[in-house]
Design a binder for this molecule. Structure first.
Ligand SMILES: [Zn+2]
Length: 120
């Protein structure tokens, strides 16, 4: 052991590192995870495509998608991000579900995302 002062600096450095890591994580940037592997920065995913029944491609423009993406990761806090999702998600019960013979099957709810794409 070299000296005790060093270990003190070490532990503070750890805290700073942890705080930095949290910030990177919460803002969707790349960071080195606990396993030493790099976690890639969050990227805007490809749109659903023409097969999507909700017609996302027609309803949400690419610019809007980018704005929403930036908005979400700009929040920078997991709790606020969760709240953001909750505010924009509505559970949708598919109509045909009521006619199901076996009610215990396929009861998972479909989630619909409702974004206001004007004035972003
Ligand atoms: Zn879609």
């Amino acid at each position: 052991m070299k000296n005790t002062g060093q270990s003190y600096i070490g532990s503070t450095g750890k805290e700073v590192k942890a705080r930095k890591l949290k910030k990177l994580k919460n803002t969707g940037q790349s960071y080195i995870g606990s396993t030493g592997k790099e976690v890639k920065a969050r990227k805007l995913q490809e749109p659903c495509g023409s097969k999507c029944r909700l017609k996302c491609l027609e309803k949400i423009l690419q610019d809007d998608r980018e704005s929403l993406f930036k908005q979400f990761w700009g929040i920078g806090g997991i709790n606020k991000q969760r709240k953001y999702i909750i505010c924009h998600v509505k559970s949708v019960c598919p109509k045909y579900a009521y006619k199901k013979v076996n009610p215990t099957r396929d009861r998972s709810e479909n989630k619909a995302y409702h974004f206001q794409t004007e004035n972003i």
